[in-house]
Design a protein around this ligand. Structure first.
Ligand SMILES: [Zn+2]
Length: 315
């Protein structure tokens, strides 16, 4: 019987090779000067978020963290839209809020860079989600600083999703609350047609980070990101192993948006722990994460945004 895990997945033959690579001592190389995106600043954000304690959807700690994040973003001069809604969950109605930061570009076509900022709810343990929930939010905060004053071709939306985690057990209706809400809202308003691409990041803070190619993501966008990552020298992080993930990109993929999930690991991966041995337990703490990994994601996403400006897939 499958445990209440959040993704359906297959371990491919190639995963064995990934595990071998993973077992080898792996120091993530930093490539080039870090002028725009600061891994150290993002890591400070991560520590700050974890200091709020467990941050499940609907909690006071998450509301406090959200207010702090809004303050951080507003310091860049950018405006934050609060997309609040009430989610129907197995624990009853819960208030949830996505944060949207829209950075205007020359074109009205938009590229979404997204992640979740809630942490999984546990009644019996103190789960602070440094990597799972903290790392994606931290990278997005630093992304706001890096992009705020840049001249961008495309309008860029930074989206902080609430309610990614299941309240009880992962199902199609108990998961992805924020992304399902936003995809539906944009479909209704007609704005979904403006979204040219979506890059989702999740669990990308591990000090020994590995990211597989997700079979549920759009192939051309996945190719673009992995080619860019390899060009930047991050071939040991962006592996060509294949997995298939259920994550916040799925409602957008289902709505016809080109989307990719860059999903890392939370600790060492093994056949019995495909997402890492610290995943969804009390070991997902700051000391397992690194500023290098956050910086790599920041650099790869920023370089991909530049590649998208040249891509015939977007106008
Ligand atoms: Zn999780």
């Amino acid at each position: 019987m499958r445990k209440p895990e959040r993704w359906r997945y297959w371990i491919s033959l190639g995963a064995g090779i990934a595990l071998l690579l993973f077992a080898a001592p792996c120091r993530l190389a930093a490539a080039g000067p870090d002028a725009a995106f600061s891994g150290n600043r993002a890591f400070d954000d991560l520590k700050h978020l974890v200091a709020f304690g467990p941050r499940p959807a609907g909690s006071k700690a998450l509301a406090d963290a959200r207010q702090w994040m809004i303050g951080q973003i507003e310091q860049t001069g950018l405006h934050v839209e609060e997309d609040s809604f009430v989610a129907s969950t197995p624990a009853g109605s819960l208030p949830m809020t996505n944060l949207l930061v829209k950075i205007p570009g020359v074109s009205s076509q938009a590229v979404i860079v997204a992640g979740h900022y809630d942490t999984k709810r546990f009644e019996d343990s103190k789960f602070v989600g440094a990597n799972d929930g903290g790392s994606s939010a931290a990278v997005l905060l630093e992304m706001a600083r890096a992009l705020a004053h840049r001249k961008n071709k495309f309008t860029i939306w930074l989206v902080f999703f609430d309610g990614e985690e299941a309240i009880q057990q992962w199902t199609a209706t108990d998961s992805l609350y924020g992304s399902r809400h936003l995809a539906e809202k944009l479909t209704t308003s007609g704005d979904l047609g403006r979204i040219g691409a979506m890059i989702l990041i999740d669990m990308i803070g591990d000090a020994k980070l590995n990211i597989d190619r997700d079979g549920n993501s759009t192939p051309w966008l996945t190719d673009l990101i992995f080619t860019t990552a390899h060009r930047l020298g991050y071939g040991k992080v962006f592996l060509n192993e294949r997995s298939a993930y259920q994550d916040d990109h799925i409602p957008f993929v289902n709505a016809g948006v080109a989307a990719v999930d860059l999903l890392g690991n939370v600790g060492p991966v093994s056949p019995s722990a495909p997402f890492g041995s610290y995943w969804h337990n009390a070991k997902d703490t700051v000391d397992k994460c690194s500023s290098d990994s956050l910086a790599i994601l920041g650099r790869v996403v920023l370089a991909t945004l530049e590649e998208l400006e040249k891509s015939p897939q977007l106008k």
